[in-house]
Design a protein around this ligand. Sequence first.
Ligand code: LLP
Length: 426
Amino acid sequence: MTGPLDISMLPEHAEVGKGGRLAIAGVDVLALCEEHGTPLFIYDEQHIRNRCREAVAAFGGDVAYASKAFFCSEMARVVHAEGMRIDVSTGGELYVALRAGVAPDRLVLHGNNKSDAELSMALKAGVGRIVVDSFDEMDRLDRLCSACSARPAVLVRVTPGVEAHTHEYVMTGQDDSKFGFGLASGAAEEAVSRLEGAQAGPRLVGVHVHIGSQIFALDSYARAIEAIAPFFSTLGVEELCIGGGLGVGYVEGEPTPTFAAWAAVVRAAAADAGIPPEVSLSAEPGRAIVAAAAITCYSVGTVKDLPGIRTYVSVDGGMSDNPRPVLYGSGYEAFLPREAGAFRPRTVTVVGKHCESGDLVVRDAAVPEDLVVGDVLATPVTGAYGHSMASNYNKVPRPAVVWVRDGAARVVVRRETFEDLVGRDL
Ligand code: LLP
């Protein structure tokens, strides 16, 4: 791999200008790094909006954005304005969405261990859907509902016994899972029979299935629908959510399936399985909405050549802004925004600044021959599960997030300061 970066890995409105400098939505990337410092997350806002529109066009207005992939107040407002529901899986995500002004009935509450406080918050706000995940949660919900005579619409989360071909840590559809009610064990049936015909408390409106994340083989969804259909069809409910998980290419050559292709597979499988056309088939993508919308820019601080072994290129971030390489062994591409179209004949290991040997950014990165200390180095496809899983390990302040659109940039999450780092210390 010595060629230039495949430009299709960059956000939709990226452009390599004369001399090779990268601009996104008409904004020069290096100028942004100058102004805001590094590490810096740069998101193409229109890219996010376009993915939301494609998701709504493919699945209809019940489709939800899984906020865990990337969330902040502006993201909540934009996704809401683009007509998606929002999946929140904690009180924190719920709080951000409500505070941003998202209509409560457009929120879907998830979680395998929702607390009394989280459920009460959701009931009080009047969230649109609660996805129930356990019998203990059902007990809790019954008690809280009877205290305030609430009748929230709920979906039952079912694990269909389907193993998606993906990393073990992000597989969720198999029988051995902390999520949902098993189909094979009869737990799913027991859960719905508790809900069916209830005159008070939660109201069953549908079924939810999420088989995992970073799924490229769309037939995994067809198998999940096939598995769930006989059970679903006995219920007479009108919503079937197939969860999230649509895969995104992180390295060259990995294809990114479209929302339209995903929806077509889901629809065909549902029709084959005899699910009536009036049933609302929806989905809950996170990564596929935001991953490719962003790049992360770092500054190169040291280049350490170990002859005959490898060259370490250290950048000013690492596992605190992108833990995915460490957690899942995920691969990324690297390039220099000052010459985004350059050939990359040199192989180096890009590492972060944390006190761990495992603090990898890109294990075998192809980079231009002339990479030097002081360069800005960027990794594409870092819009999902980077900022949202960021930490303050080694007391590194979390990076700023800048959105660009139509030639203008704005900070949507400011960089953390040292003062923020001690803000909660007593
Ligand atoms: N719905 C449910 C119930 C989920 O648990 C998830 C992700 C999604 C939707 C969205 O999945 P997506 O479309 O983003 O794949 N940190 C990992 C991913 C964990 C996903 C957890 N649940 C990573 O960085 O790959």
